[in-house]
Design a protein around this ligand. Structure first.
Ligand SMILES: Cc1ncc(COP(=O)(O)O)c(C=O)c1O
Length: 390
């Protein structure tokens, strides 16, 4: 067997992140996957083209006809995602919302009912409160930490249970293994948005989810320089998703695929650093008298800490934490305005620490921990606390 035939997907996680899905380019032997900036692919004869079209209709891999459907740079990224999510197939979309829309539309029709958690990203909430109901899909939003709420919301026409594994912005951790059992016992598909944790911290497919989606823009890309969406699952589920993805035109550009591909190689390294720093920050914030409470799944004080210990891998708890200061809106603004390292910005999962103060959630300050030296972050937050006294 040649070194280039090695199956890296059976190796350990960090090796998969670096090696899976990639190899020397079949034409040039370039070791880095090239950016295939092409919309179409040329064939010699009409018969050859016809044969390719027939195979393409069955979603055979490594077959290129048109870049809305498949592109070699994106295929390399799909293969890497399959290895990292423990999936059978994966589709890469233009952004996280395209991933969520495709996963939902592929599994819901007019007259169906879907149960969704009550704490989700704003545009996901629009899907459940506006877009899906306007197309005749019934939706129920429930507090999912109590499984009885999901059970009670079940209807004969319920087809999907949807939630964020660690919710945005309140960091509630869903009991993925138990909710998977509950959804399946009612014949429902279980779709999990794992954006806030990444597959380096928790892999929903391992715990019974049917489909995992991500805003790849966050931890997969990790450098704030591209938009990306991830959908992964078993082949059976993904064939239908692929049909929607292709027909709705949800593809990512080859350049953004390439940026993501390059970033994924360091995702395990980044998540280890971000998790360690987030834990240090969470513990430090807990000691501060200006702080009312801190939410971080790695803290014993987090309501689902025991669940996190069970379903997270490698002792990591991710990079996302929330801090509630004593006082109100004025204190939150003063503190946020006084920091120097983290910009006040939307998004998360970046190597740069980002801070997102949210008045609407009782003045919660969401921190996405980056890869700066944690001592510098602490010094910065310390001087911001000093500013509160002025
Ligand atoms: C949990 C979650 N899911 C999905 C999205 C949407 O991702 P994108 O911005 O890549 O479309 C976001 C964006 O912040 C998010 O936080």
């Amino acid at each position: 067997m040649s070194r280039f035939d090695t199956n890296f997907d059976e190796m350990r996680y960090a090796t998969r992140a670096v090696k899976s899905g990639e190899g020397p380019d079949p034409v040039t032997r370039a070791m880095n996957t090239p950016i295939y900036e092409t919309s179409t692919y040329g064939y010699e004869t009409a018969e050859q083209y016809d044969e390719m079209l027939a195979r393409g209709a069955k979603w055979e891999p490594d077959l290129y006809i048109y870049s809305r459907t498949t592109n070699p740079t994106t295929t390399a990224l799909e293969k890497k995602v399959i290895a990292l999510e423990n999936a059978e197939d994966a589709v890469i979309t233009a952004c996280g919302m395209a991933a969520i829309s495709n996963a939902l539309l592929a599994n819901l029709n007019t007259g169906d009912h879907v149960i969704c958690s009550d704490d989700t990203f704003m545009c996901t909430s629009s899907m459940f409160e506006d877009i899906l109901p306007s197309k005749g899909v019934e939706t129920s939003r429930v507090e999912i930490l109590d499984l009885a709420n999901i059970e009670k919301a079940m209807r004969p026409n319920t087809k999907v249970v949807y939630l964020e594994a660690l919710s945005n912005p309140q960091l509630k951790l869903a009991n993925i293994p138990e909710i998977a059992k509950l959804a399946h016992s009612h014949g429902c598909k279980f779709i999990v948005d794992n954006t806030f944790l990444s597959p380096c911290v928790m892999r929903p497919l391992d715990w019974g989810a049917d489909i995992v989606v991500h805003s790849g823009t966050k931890y997969y890309v990790g450098h704030g320089d591209a938009l990306c969406g991830i959908i992964a699952g078993r082949k059976k589920e993904m064939d239908r998703v692929r049909f929607y993805y292709d027909n709705l035109g949800s593809h990512i550009s080859p350049f953004d695929s390439w940026l993501t591909l390059r970033s994924v190689r360091t995702m395990p390294l980044r998540l280890r650093q971000q998790s360690e720093s987030a834990m240090t920050l969470a513990r430090w914030f807990e000691t501060r008298e200006e702080v009312d409470f801190v939410t971080y799944p790695g803290l014993e004080s987090h309501a689902q800490h025991e669940l996190a210990k069970k379903i997270f891998v490698n002792g990591l708890y991710g990079g996302m934490l929330c801090v509630h200061l004593k006082g109100g809106y004025e204190e939150m603004c003063k503190f946020a305005d006084a920091t120097r390292i983290p910009p006040i910005a939307t998004s998360l999962g970046d190597v740069v620490t980002l801070m997102f103060p949210k008045k609407a959630y009782n003045n919660l300050i969401r921190i996405s921990t980056g890869c700066e030296d944690v001592n510098d972050l602490i010094a910065d937050f310390e001087q911001a606390f000093e500013a509160l006294k002025k």
